[in-house]
Design a protein around this ligand. Structure first.
Ligand SMILES: C[S@@+](CC[C@H](N)C(=O)[O-])C[C@H]1O[C@@H](n2cnc3c(N)ncnc32)[C@H](O)[C@@H]1O
Length: 261
Protein backbone atom coordinates (compact mmCIF):
# COMPACT_ATOMS: atom_id res chain seq x y z
CA UNK A 1 0.00 0.00 0.00
CA UNK A 2 1.34 3.43 -0.87
CA UNK A 3 0.93 6.36 1.48
CA UNK A 4 -1.95 8.71 0.79
CA UNK A 5 -1.11 12.07 -0.67
CA UNK A 6 -3.88 14.55 0.10
CA UNK A 7 -3.62 16.58 -3.10
CA UNK A 8 -3.74 13.48 -5.27
CA UNK A 9 -5.96 11.12 -3.35
CA UNK A 10 -8.90 13.43 -2.81
CA UNK A 11 -9.86 14.14 -6.38
CA UNK A 12 -11.98 17.25 -6.77
CA UNK A 13 -11.52 18.23 -3.12
CA UNK A 14 -10.21 21.79 -3.37
CA UNK A 15 -6.86 21.94 -1.66
CA UNK A 16 -5.54 25.39 -2.30
CA UNK A 17 -2.11 26.62 -1.47
CA UNK A 18 -2.61 29.94 0.29
CA UNK A 19 -0.02 32.27 -1.26
CA UNK A 20 0.93 33.71 2.10
CA UNK A 21 1.95 30.23 3.21
CA UNK A 22 4.29 29.56 0.32
CA UNK A 23 7.69 30.54 1.60
CA UNK A 24 11.17 29.68 0.48
CA UNK A 25 11.25 27.00 3.16
CA UNK A 26 7.98 25.46 2.07
CA UNK A 27 9.38 24.67 -1.36
CA UNK A 28 11.58 21.64 -1.66
CA UNK A 29 15.13 22.72 -1.11
CA UNK A 30 17.13 21.48 -4.01
CA UNK A 31 20.64 20.33 -4.02
CA UNK A 32 22.66 21.39 -7.02
CA UNK A 33 24.97 24.16 -7.94
CA UNK A 34 24.27 27.63 -6.51
CA UNK A 35 23.89 29.35 -9.92
CA UNK A 36 21.08 26.93 -10.76
CA UNK A 37 19.36 27.69 -7.45
CA UNK A 38 19.69 31.44 -8.01
CA UNK A 39 18.38 31.15 -11.55
CA UNK A 40 15.45 29.04 -10.38
CA UNK A 41 14.55 31.64 -7.77
CA UNK A 42 14.93 34.54 -10.22
CA UNK A 43 12.63 32.86 -12.75
CA UNK A 44 10.04 32.21 -10.07
CA UNK A 45 10.21 35.84 -8.93
CA UNK A 46 9.80 37.00 -12.52
CA UNK A 47 6.60 34.97 -12.88
CA UNK A 48 5.32 36.31 -9.56
CA UNK A 49 5.75 39.81 -10.99
CA UNK A 50 3.95 39.22 -14.30
CA UNK A 51 1.21 37.02 -12.81
CA UNK A 52 -1.59 39.59 -12.81
CA UNK A 53 -1.12 40.32 -16.54
CA UNK A 54 0.04 36.86 -17.62
CA UNK A 55 -3.21 35.59 -19.18
CA UNK A 56 -3.91 38.88 -20.96
CA UNK A 57 -0.38 38.93 -22.37
CA UNK A 58 -0.79 35.39 -23.69
CA UNK A 59 -3.90 36.41 -25.59
CA UNK A 60 -2.28 39.54 -27.01
CA UNK A 61 1.04 37.94 -27.99
CA UNK A 62 -0.48 34.93 -29.69
CA UNK A 63 -3.69 36.64 -30.88
CA UNK A 64 -5.52 33.98 -28.90
CA UNK A 65 -3.85 31.07 -30.67
CA UNK A 66 -2.41 29.71 -27.39
CA UNK A 67 -5.98 28.74 -26.52
CA UNK A 68 -6.15 26.46 -29.58
CA UNK A 69 -2.80 24.89 -28.67
CA UNK A 70 -3.97 24.26 -25.11
CA UNK A 71 -7.25 22.85 -26.38
CA UNK A 72 -5.23 20.47 -28.55
CA UNK A 73 -3.17 19.35 -25.56
CA UNK A 74 -6.33 18.63 -23.55
CA UNK A 75 -7.82 16.74 -26.51
CA UNK A 76 -4.68 14.59 -26.71
CA UNK A 77 -4.96 13.88 -22.98
CA UNK A 78 -8.46 12.57 -23.67
CA UNK A 79 -11.09 12.03 -21.04
CA UNK A 80 -10.56 11.03 -17.43
CA UNK A 81 -11.07 9.72 -14.88
CA UNK A 82 -7.51 9.59 -13.68
CA UNK A 83 -4.96 11.46 -11.62
CA UNK A 84 -3.19 14.26 -13.41
CA UNK A 85 -0.66 16.89 -12.46
CA UNK A 86 -0.25 20.00 -14.55
CA UNK A 87 3.34 20.94 -13.87
CA UNK A 88 4.41 24.57 -14.23
CA UNK A 89 0.66 24.97 -14.28
CA UNK A 90 0.71 28.70 -13.53
CA UNK A 91 -2.77 30.16 -13.57
CA UNK A 92 -4.38 26.77 -14.22
CA UNK A 93 -5.21 27.18 -17.91
CA UNK A 94 -4.43 23.55 -18.75
CA UNK A 95 -5.69 22.17 -15.45
CA UNK A 96 -9.15 23.67 -15.96
CA UNK A 97 -9.41 22.10 -19.39
CA UNK A 98 -8.36 18.70 -18.03
CA UNK A 99 -10.82 18.96 -15.13
CA UNK A 100 -13.57 19.65 -17.67
CA UNK A 101 -12.65 16.31 -19.23
CA UNK A 102 -13.06 14.42 -15.96
CA UNK A 103 -9.46 14.37 -14.70
CA UNK A 104 -8.64 14.99 -11.04
CA UNK A 105 -5.98 17.65 -11.47
CA UNK A 106 -3.37 19.22 -9.25
CA UNK A 107 -1.51 22.30 -10.42
CA UNK A 108 2.13 22.27 -9.38
CA UNK A 109 4.15 25.47 -9.77
CA UNK A 110 6.80 27.31 -7.74
CA UNK A 111 5.15 30.71 -8.26
CA UNK A 112 2.55 31.47 -5.62
CA UNK A 113 1.69 34.62 -7.58
CA UNK A 114 0.76 32.69 -10.72
CA UNK A 115 -1.34 30.21 -8.76
CA UNK A 116 -3.08 32.98 -6.83
CA UNK A 117 -3.93 34.75 -10.10
CA UNK A 118 -5.58 31.57 -11.39
CA UNK A 119 -7.41 30.48 -8.28
CA UNK A 120 -10.52 32.63 -8.57
CA UNK A 121 -11.11 31.62 -12.18
CA UNK A 122 -10.73 27.94 -11.32
CA UNK A 123 -12.89 28.01 -8.19
CA UNK A 124 -15.52 25.68 -9.62
CA UNK A 125 -13.06 23.17 -11.04
CA UNK A 126 -11.97 21.50 -7.78
CA UNK A 127 -8.29 21.74 -8.57
CA UNK A 128 -5.47 21.09 -6.11
CA UNK A 129 -2.65 23.63 -5.94
CA UNK A 130 0.82 22.65 -4.78
CA UNK A 131 4.03 24.65 -4.69
CA UNK A 132 6.95 22.80 -6.22
CA UNK A 133 9.80 22.87 -8.70
CA UNK A 134 9.97 20.37 -11.56
CA UNK A 135 13.44 19.31 -10.45
CA UNK A 136 12.07 17.84 -7.18
CA UNK A 137 8.41 17.02 -7.51
CA UNK A 138 6.42 16.79 -4.28
CA UNK A 139 4.68 13.56 -5.33
CA UNK A 140 5.35 9.88 -4.68
CA UNK A 141 6.67 7.36 -7.20
CA UNK A 142 4.46 5.61 -9.75
CA UNK A 143 1.26 7.50 -8.98
CA UNK A 144 0.02 9.66 -11.85
CA UNK A 145 -1.88 8.65 -14.95
CA UNK A 146 -0.98 11.87 -16.72
CA UNK A 147 1.53 14.66 -16.35
CA UNK A 148 1.17 17.75 -18.51
CA UNK A 149 3.55 20.67 -18.79
CA UNK A 150 2.73 23.63 -21.03
CA UNK A 151 5.25 26.36 -21.74
CA UNK A 152 7.01 25.22 -18.59
CA UNK A 153 9.96 23.02 -19.54
CA UNK A 154 11.70 26.01 -21.13
CA UNK A 155 11.78 27.68 -17.72
CA UNK A 156 13.15 24.67 -15.88
CA UNK A 157 16.77 25.27 -14.98
CA UNK A 158 17.84 21.61 -14.89
CA UNK A 159 15.92 19.89 -17.64
CA UNK A 160 17.29 16.34 -17.50
CA UNK A 161 16.69 15.86 -13.74
CA UNK A 162 13.22 17.36 -14.22
CA UNK A 163 12.36 14.83 -16.95
CA UNK A 164 13.61 12.06 -14.64
CA UNK A 165 11.30 13.39 -11.93
CA UNK A 166 8.34 13.47 -14.31
CA UNK A 167 8.95 9.86 -15.21
CA UNK A 168 9.33 8.88 -11.54
CA UNK A 169 5.89 10.16 -10.53
CA UNK A 170 4.03 8.59 -13.47
CA UNK A 171 2.62 5.11 -12.99
CA UNK A 172 3.71 2.45 -15.48
CA UNK A 173 1.63 3.20 -18.56
CA UNK A 174 1.28 6.87 -17.55
CA UNK A 175 1.78 9.62 -20.11
CA UNK A 176 3.72 12.85 -20.32
CA UNK A 177 2.38 15.57 -22.63
CA UNK A 178 4.61 18.58 -23.12
CA UNK A 179 3.45 21.70 -24.99
CA UNK A 180 6.28 24.09 -25.72
CA UNK A 181 7.52 26.63 -28.20
CA UNK A 182 9.65 24.95 -30.80
CA UNK A 183 11.39 25.56 -34.12
CA UNK A 184 9.16 27.25 -36.71
CA UNK A 185 9.27 26.10 -40.34
CA UNK A 186 12.06 27.84 -42.31
CA UNK A 187 9.63 29.74 -44.58
CA UNK A 188 7.95 31.23 -41.48
CA UNK A 189 11.08 32.41 -39.69
CA UNK A 190 11.62 35.66 -41.65
CA UNK A 191 8.21 36.80 -40.34
CA UNK A 192 8.14 35.12 -36.95
CA UNK A 193 11.68 35.98 -35.78
CA UNK A 194 11.40 39.78 -36.09
CA UNK A 195 7.94 39.66 -34.54
CA UNK A 196 9.18 37.75 -31.53
CA UNK A 197 12.44 39.69 -31.18
CA UNK A 198 10.93 43.19 -31.36
CA UNK A 199 7.17 43.14 -30.91
CA UNK A 200 6.89 40.81 -27.93
CA UNK A 201 9.24 42.70 -25.56
CA UNK A 202 7.51 45.98 -26.55
CA UNK A 203 4.12 44.46 -25.80
CA UNK A 204 5.51 43.18 -22.49
CA UNK A 205 6.69 46.68 -21.59
CA UNK A 206 3.38 48.23 -22.58
CA UNK A 207 0.92 45.78 -21.05
CA UNK A 208 2.79 44.15 -18.18
CA UNK A 209 5.35 46.89 -17.53
CA UNK A 210 8.02 44.18 -17.75
CA UNK A 211 10.08 44.41 -20.92
CA UNK A 212 12.85 42.26 -19.40
CA UNK A 213 10.44 39.39 -18.62
CA UNK A 214 9.31 39.26 -22.23
CA UNK A 215 12.87 39.65 -23.51
CA UNK A 216 13.58 36.55 -21.38
CA UNK A 217 10.63 34.80 -23.03
CA UNK A 218 12.04 35.39 -26.50
CA UNK A 219 15.59 34.39 -25.50
CA UNK A 220 14.38 31.23 -23.79
CA UNK A 221 12.41 30.21 -26.89
CA UNK A 222 15.49 30.65 -29.05
CA UNK A 223 17.65 28.65 -26.65
CA UNK A 224 15.17 25.77 -26.32
CA UNK A 225 15.88 22.51 -28.19
CA UNK A 226 14.10 21.89 -31.47
CA UNK A 227 11.50 19.16 -31.93
CA UNK A 228 13.90 16.25 -32.55
CA UNK A 229 16.32 17.28 -29.80
CA UNK A 230 13.55 17.43 -27.21
CA UNK A 231 12.23 14.04 -28.33
CA UNK A 232 15.76 12.65 -27.91
CA UNK A 233 16.07 14.22 -24.44
CA UNK A 234 12.81 12.57 -23.37
CA UNK A 235 13.94 9.20 -24.69
CA UNK A 236 17.30 9.63 -22.93
CA UNK A 237 15.43 9.98 -19.61
CA UNK A 238 13.58 6.70 -20.20
CA UNK A 239 10.36 7.79 -21.90
CA UNK A 240 9.11 5.42 -24.57
CA UNK A 241 6.81 5.81 -27.58
CA UNK A 242 8.04 9.40 -27.86
CA UNK A 243 6.27 11.33 -30.60
CA UNK A 244 5.59 14.97 -31.37
CA UNK A 245 3.24 17.01 -33.51
CA UNK A 246 3.83 20.54 -34.70
CA UNK A 247 1.36 23.32 -34.04
CA UNK A 248 1.14 26.42 -36.24
CA UNK A 249 3.97 25.24 -38.50
CA UNK A 250 6.31 24.42 -35.62
CA UNK A 251 5.95 27.65 -33.64
CA UNK A 252 4.92 25.25 -30.89
CA UNK A 253 4.89 21.47 -30.58
CA UNK A 254 3.33 18.86 -28.35
CA UNK A 255 5.65 16.03 -27.35
CA UNK A 256 4.19 12.85 -25.92
CA UNK A 257 5.95 10.04 -24.13
CA UNK A 258 5.00 7.09 -22.00
CA UNK A 259 6.52 5.39 -18.97
CA UNK A 260 6.17 1.74 -19.84
CA UNK A 261 7.55 0.23 -16.61
C1 LIG B 1 5.02 30.44 -19.22
S1 LIG B 1 4.31 29.94 -17.69
C2 LIG B 1 3.20 28.65 -18.19
C3 LIG B 1 1.97 28.59 -17.34
C4 LIG B 1 0.87 27.64 -17.85
N1 LIG B 1 1.37 26.28 -17.95
C5 LIG B 1 0.34 28.08 -19.18
O1 LIG B 1 0.50 27.35 -20.15
O2 LIG B 1 -0.27 29.15 -19.26
C6 LIG B 1 5.66 29.05 -17.01
C7 LIG B 1 5.43 28.57 -15.59
O3 LIG B 1 6.59 27.78 -15.22
C8 LIG B 1 6.79 27.98 -13.84
N2 LIG B 1 8.15 27.56 -13.50
C9 LIG B 1 9.28 28.30 -13.52
N3 LIG B 1 10.32 27.57 -13.13
C10 LIG B 1 9.85 26.33 -12.84
C11 LIG B 1 10.45 25.14 -12.36
N4 LIG B 1 11.75 25.05 -12.12
N5 LIG B 1 9.66 24.07 -12.18
C12 LIG B 1 8.32 24.13 -12.45
N6 LIG B 1 7.71 25.24 -12.90
C13 LIG B 1 8.46 26.32 -13.10
C14 LIG B 1 6.51 29.46 -13.63
O4 LIG B 1 6.27 29.77 -12.29
C15 LIG B 1 5.32 29.69 -14.55
O5 LIG B 1 4.10 29.59 -13.88
Amino acid sequence: MTAAVPHLDRPHAPCYVRPAMVTEASLVTLAGDPPAAVRRRDIRTMFDRVASRYDLMNDLMSLGVHRLWKHRLAALAGDGPGLAVDLAGGTGDIARRLADRGWAVTVCDPSAGMMAAGRARAASHGLGWVAGFAEALPFPDDRLDLLTIAFGLRNVTERAPALTEMRRVLRPGGRLLCLEFSRAAPWLRPFYDPYSRHAIPRLGALVAGRREAYRYLVDSIRAFPDQDSLAAAMAAQGFEDVTYRNLSFGIAAIHAGRKLH
